[in-house]
Design a protein around this ligand. Structure first.
Ligand SMILES: O=P(O)(O)OC[C@H]1O[C@](O)(CO)[C@@H](O)[C@@H]1O
Ligand SMILES: [Mn+2]
Length: 443
């Protein structure tokens, strides 16, 4: 016990809105209330256009959701203490136990918005939104972010078309290449970077505003290359090749819309090139951080791809549906991903999920929130090693593909952070800079 607290003492502080020059402060003060306002607007609009199948109960439910979320916004803006959840979702008990523990550790004071850990509070906000839906009579399946996610897909449709047309040509040519390994390595780098930059397109960083990919991502890769602050892709390539194609690769997904399509392209390339045998995807069990992929979003995306009259889109839409049926693609939606725990806690808090991930030969974590959870959302020195920041989370070799959208990053060279800041003051939060960090340690 003493040894454990010694280690904890050495850890940096959690990111928090108590640091007024931080992105956490800006997020809690400005960005989160804006997201909630947009949700309330959407719920009101929905209420006015609700089909007859939901009847008066449906309208009443939506009115209650809007009231609940407006109250939550007021609680945040007036820095009220966090309160227990009152619905009966399967994870309610865990959330309330966490709150109790945090309250005890804080001299019997519940966490508050402008002084407690940002990661916990931001997750709690999304869980409270879900609470308002769980308490409904007839609208329990309602996703308050559905419209923005679907619109994000439609606004990226041209970019999706171009990308999938390129994928179609690539997949057809893989077998015909003369210097197979060399070209596969280049294509691997390309699809890894496509998936990486797909992460620029989330709707949480844009506070729910349209943030779609409207131009061809492939044309931008060369230009974006210098913005990859850490690029471990050669090590990842070498590692994957030691597995001789027999591997299972897990992708811990982030956002729906264009980003999801880029992840599916990476998965398709890995299978078609024989670099992996199966791909396991991990999505969210409930709507989360505005644009994160739920099971409904995943099926919606495949259905919409299949239904278009663009050749590449419809072909992959159908092929990917088949891949789910033949189990070369497997989908998981574990509740752990929508709890406020960082990943170092997975081994004790979600034993089964940890064991499942340990079956992978490589785990690819997408996006900013997954990165924050990998490194514990702590105020690390930018030159700290990625391995140290993981604090013992090593279910399998893992890589993070993340565009920087919060003020924490590790693994940089001495002076690299300062240099980047000189070029771009908001480099840590504007999504224009990125990392591909790999850790091959396993325990
Ligand atoms: O979709 P991503 O890449 O996880 O980004 C979501 C990020 O946006 C933010 O909401 C910005 O506040 C972060 O909290 C979060 O890490
Ligand atoms: Mn996200």
């Amino acid at each position: 016990m003493a040894a454990e607290s010694e280690v904890q003492k050495k850890l940096p502080a959690s990111l928090s809105a108590k640091f007024q020059d931080s992105f956490a402060y800006l997020t809690i003060k400005d960005r989160m209330p804006v997201i909630l306002t947009k949700v309330v607007d959407f719920v009101h609009r929905k209420k006015n256009n609700l089909g007859p199948e939901f009847g008066e109960d449906g309208a009443e439910d939506l009115k209650n959701i809007a009231g609940h979320i407006s109250k939550l916004r007021y609680e945040i803006q007036t820095d009220k203490p966090v309160v227990p959840l009152e619905d009966d979702r399967s994870d309610t008990i865990i959330w309330n136990q966490i709150l109790e523990k945090l309250t005890n550790e804080n001299g019997n004071e519940p966490p508050k918005w402008f002084s407690s850990a940002w990661l916990y509070l931001e997750c709690y906000m999304y869980r409270r939104i879900q609470e308002s839906v769980e308490l409904c009579k007839v609208m329990q399946d309602f996703d308050v972010f559905e419209e923005s996610k679907n619109n994000a897909f439609y606004s990226s449709e041209l970019a999706i078309q171009t990308l999938l047309t390129n994928l179609l040509v690539t997949v057809d040519n893989i077998e015909k290449e003369s210097d197979k390994k060399l070209s596969e390595n280049l294509l691997f780098q390309q699809f890894l970077q496509v998936s990486l930059w797909g992460n620029k397109c989330d709707l949480s960083i844009s506070a729910g505003m349209d943030n779609a990919q409207t131009s061809c991502i492939l044309d931008q890769l060369q230009f974006l290359k210098d913005n990859i602050l850490i690029n471990d892709s050669s090590q990842i390539w070498n590692y994957i090749n030691t597995k001789k194609g027999g591997s299972r690769i897990d992708i811990v997904l982030d956002n729906a819309g264009f980003e999801l399509v880029t992840d599916l392209c990476l998965a398709e390339f890995l299978l078609s090139a024989g670099l992996a045998k199966s791909i396991h995807f991990h999505g969210k069990a409930m709507p989360w951080f505005v644009s994160d992929v739920t099971s409904t979003d995943f099926s919606w995306t495949l259905k919409n791809l299949s239904a278009t009259n663009n050749l590449a889109m419809s072909k992959f839409g159908r092929l990917w549906q088949d891949r789910i049926e033949d189990k070369s693609w497997v989908l998981h939606f574990d509740t752990f991903w929508t709890l406020p725990f960082d990943f170092a806690k997975m081994k004790s808090e979600a034993v089964e999920l940890y064991k499942e991930l340990a079956k992978a030969d490589l785990i690819i974590f997408k996006g900013d929130l997954n990165y924050r959870k990998l490194v514990g959302d702590l105020n690390w020195n930018t030159t700290e090693t990625f391995e140290t920041s993981l604090r013992g989370f090593h279910p399998a070799p893992l890589v993070t593909l993340r565009a920087l959208k919060s003020d924490v990053v590790v693994g940089l060279k001495e002076g690299q952070g300062e240099e980047t800041k000189e070029k771009d003051q908001s480099w840590m939060v504007n999504g224009n800079w990125a990392v591909i960090s790999f850790c091959d340690k396993t325990i």
